[in-house]
Design a protein around this ligand. Sequence first.
Ligand SMILES: Cc1cc2nc3c(=O)[nH]c(=O)nc-3n(C[C@H](O)[C@H](O)[C@H](O)COP(=O)(O)OP(=O)(O)OC[C@H]3O[C@@H](n4cnc5c(N)ncnc54)[C@H](O)[C@@H]3O)c2cc1C
Length: 392
Amino acid sequence: MLDETLGDPQCPPEVRELKDRVADFVRARILPCERVLDSGGPDAARTLHRLRREAKEQGLWALPLPVELGGQGLGLRSYAHVAEAEGASEHGPAALGSASLLDALMLARHGSPRVRERYLAPLVAGELRASYAMTEQDAPGTDPVLTATRAAETEDGWRLTGGKWFVSGGDTAGLVTVLARTDGRPLERDGLSLLLVPTASPGFRVVRELPVLGAAGQAEITFDGVAVDADHLIGERGKALAVAAERLQLGRTLRCLRWLGQAGRAFDLMRERALTRSRSRGPLGDLQLVQRHVFESLLALRTTRPLVHEAVSRLDAGADAHVEVGLAKVAAARTLQLVADAAIQVHGAAGLGPDTALPALFRTGRAARILDGPDELHITSVARRVLRTERV
Ligand SMILES: Cc1cc2nc3c(=O)[nH]c(=O)nc-3n(C[C@H](O)[C@H](O)[C@H](O)COP(=O)(O)OP(=O)(O)OC[C@H]3O[C@@H](n4cnc5c(N)ncnc54)[C@H](O)[C@@H]3O)c2cc1C
């Protein structure tokens, strides 16, 4: 990464060395395997397994996970710098063991003793994969009070019926946390609960894969009367949205950091191409309209990073971070899309072909504007809060 150009001036010296080691691991070990990892299937699983072993051997495994859960206890503000380097590849968090952070924290804070005892260690060790399922085909994901998946109370737990889609990793997960209505009626905010569902349970089914702009990774799943033990309720009955909000705020912020890493990678590719691709009158980078792509991309990167780190600081301090996370999420998604698009343009046809990571980076940037809540949701929510509280 061109740190001297893209800059990360806030990165403390004691974190710099770790960030560099992670960046080296991503560059040398993960990037060459991206095509295999993207393909899914047994080769991808074997490669991921090998990368995880190497990450553990190099002391880079599960850096932000709390020590008591089996991680290395790197605090959020320090990890934020490392997350950019790790996230330069979509596969970085899975290969380096930080992909379990949200689920591990949620289970540690809101899971029953049995749930914690049974699932936390394998989750953090990378032996068990978890997914999170809120979005449904027939109800807007932006309006969870319309959730139609239902869980009826039984003698010893719940019976879950319904379906979810666009569940990341839903086809390979061992556990899925499912948002379901346990009480009340549609439109009521209370009455939604989170249930932890082992995917080996009878009645759980992966219906199909849902490629996003051609890329694998999302699934549609259904629950046909799945029995869920009473102690697999996560958080309080009927209060799922509070747990979901806590999870989503940190989740969005981590994604922003990873998107920054990917935007930095697209920027590097653009810069390299502008310098090395020569026309009869010199390199592409001599052309002012190419220089404009470089300028706009650098501006987007440099103005987005402080917004994302401000969100990190407020979350870390336990302060209200709705405005900061909303700003960061919209800015980081736009930045990744803009920089990947500019880099594709500077590459010409090669930018759309199979020989660079640019199509994948662009795809992630496009999806970023929808997942974890579309841009519009954050724009209106930030504006409403600022108008109400006068906090800018
Ligand atoms: C790659 C990817 C991974 C995903 N992973 C997961 C996952 O792991 N788990 C999961 O549960 N979901 C996941 N999702 C789903 C994602 O979170 C939802 O798609 C998203 O929240 C939007 O919900 P929706 O698709 O139902 O769109 P809708 O709610 O139907 O909204 C459609 C459009 O309406 C407009 N709109 C909606 N609300 C407003 C508003 N308040 N103001 C103005 N305009 C508005 C926007 O243009 C929006 O894009 C994933 C999606 C993608 C693309």
